[in-house]
Ligand binder design. Sequence first.
Ligand SMILES: O=c1nc2n(C[C@H](O)[C@H](O)[C@H](O)CO)c3cc(O)ccc3cc-2c(=O)[nH]1
Ligand SMILES: C[C@H]1O[C@@H](n2cnc3c(N)ncnc32)[C@H](O)[C@@H]1O
Ligand code: MET
Ligand code: SF4
Length: 448
Amino acid sequence: MADLGHPAVPPPALVELDEPAEPSRAQVRTALERLLAEAPTLADATTVLAARGEELEALLAAAAARRDEHLAGEGRPGVVTYSPKVFVPLTRLCQDRCHYCTFATVPGRLPAAYLERDEVLEIARAGAEQGCTEVLFTLGDRPEARWAAARDWLGARNLTSTLDHVYDSAEAVLQETGLLPHLNPGVMDLLELQRLRSVSPSMGMMLETTATRLWSQPGGAHFGSPDKEPALRRRVIDDAGRARVPFTTGILVGIGEHRAERAQSLLLLAESARRGGHVQEVIVQNFRAKPDTAMRGEPDAEFDAFVAAVAVARMIMPLGVSVQAPPNLAGDLDDSASAAQDQALLLRAGIDDWGGVSPVTPDHVNPERPWPGLDALRHVTGRAGFTLAPRLTIYPRYVRDPNAWLHPDLVDPVTALADQRGLARERQPFPRPMTAGSMTPGSMTAAR
Ligand SMILES: O=c1nc2n(C[C@H](O)[C@H](O)[C@H](O)CO)c3cc(O)ccc3cc-2c(=O)[nH]1
Ligand SMILES: C[C@H]1O[C@@H](n2cnc3c(N)ncnc32)[C@H](O)[C@@H]1O
Ligand code: MET
Ligand code: SF4
C-alpha cells in the first residue's frame, strides 16, 4: 500500500466556497504543471477542472500516465476491470428527496414496500447463472422514518429497521448463492458498518458533493434530503475506514455544484483515502436528467467538464485507488457510435474500471440507460490498448490482505471466487444471450 499513509491530522473543515472566476488558458497550464509536480491544492484543482481544448488534452495525457502507474503498482498493468453483477433494488421508498432521483418513489406506485428475501434470491440466482459475482443492494435511505408502508412491512416481519432487512438478505445471498453482496444503502453509523461487514465484503456510498448550500437552500438538488448533508456523508466515509470496510465512494458531477466545490469534493475523498486506506474506488458519475424528477429541465452534465473531473480525480487520488466511470451514462441514447466515442474518452481520462455491468438487471438508478453489451465494452477497451477483465466487488489489494480487511466469515466466500491476481475467477460469464424483457424493472420489481 505504498502511497497510503496515515497522517494524524484531523480533516480540514468544510468551508463554503465562492464560485470561481473563469481562468485564462495560461492559468490552466500553470495550475496543471503544479498539479503534476506538487501536492494538489484546492486552487489548482479548481483551475484545472476548467481545462478544455489543448489544455484538456494535456490533462488527459497526465491522468492516463497516472492510471498506468496505478495499474502497474497494483500488479495488473494494462487491465481495465468491470464487475459482473445483478442489481437488487431492495426498496424504492426513501426518506430523502434528491431532485435528480427517479429511483425513489411513493408506496402507491409499488407492489410492495420491499422485495422479499425470496425475490432477492431469485435475482441473485439469475445472476449466478449468467456468471455474475456481485449482488449490488441499492435502496432508499431509512424509508421507515417517512413511510407507514415501510414501517408496517418491517413490523409484520419482526424487523426493526431497513438495515436489518439488508443484513438478512445479504446473508441469504451469501449462503444460498455464494455471490458477494455490495451494500449501498445510504447513510450508516459505525455500529451498522461493523455489523454489516460480516455479510458484505465491500460497501459504498457516494459523497455526491461537499456543497452544503445545495442541501441547505431551497432549490438545491439536496434540499429536503437529510442524508445528503456533506458533513454527515464525510463521517460515514471516514467511519467505513475505521470499520475496515473496503469502500466505494464518489461524486456526482453536474447537480449545480461549481468547480471549486467539485475540487473540494475530490480532495476530501483523497484525504479520507489516505487516512483510512479503505477507499478502493472513486466513482465519477455524470448527472443525467430524468423526466419525472424536479431536475428534469436541467441540462445533463457537460461532457468535457465531466471528463476533466474524471482526469482530476485520477491526478489527486492516492495510487491504489481505482477511478470508475459507468459506461452506460456515456454517449447519446440514440447513437451507439457516440457511446463508444465517449467511453474511449473516459479511458483517455484515466479510468481503470467500468463498475458494475449486468447481463440480467437494468441500472435501476438510470433505468433509461441500458448497459453496453460485454462485447462492445471489450471492443472499446481493447481499442484503447487495454484488456477487459472481470473483478470482484472487493478489489485485489484487499483480497490479498484478508486479516486487515475481511470479516473471518467472508474469507472463504471471497477466496472461492477469486483468481491468483485477486480478480474474478473465470466462470464463463454471460453464456446465454439476454432474452428481451427478462428481469426488467417491470417484471422483477415495481411498475415504474
Ligand atoms: O448500476 C449502478 N451501480 C452503481 N454502483 C455499483 C458499482 O457500479 C459497482 O457495482 C460497485 O462499485 C462494486 O465495485 C454504485 C456503488 C456504490 O458503492 C455507490 C454508488 C453506485 C452507483 C451505481 C449506479 O448508479 N448504478
Ligand atoms: C446511486 C447513485 O446514483 C447517483 N444518481 C442518482 N440519480 C442520478 C441521476 N439522475 N444521474 C446520475 N446519477 C444519479 C447518485 O450519485 C447516487 O448516490
Ligand atoms: C438509489 S441512491 C443510492 C443509495 C442511497 N439512497 C444514496 O443516495 O446514497
Ligand atoms: S438518490 Fe438515494 S437518497 Fe436520494 S432520493 Fe434517491 S434513493 Fe433517496
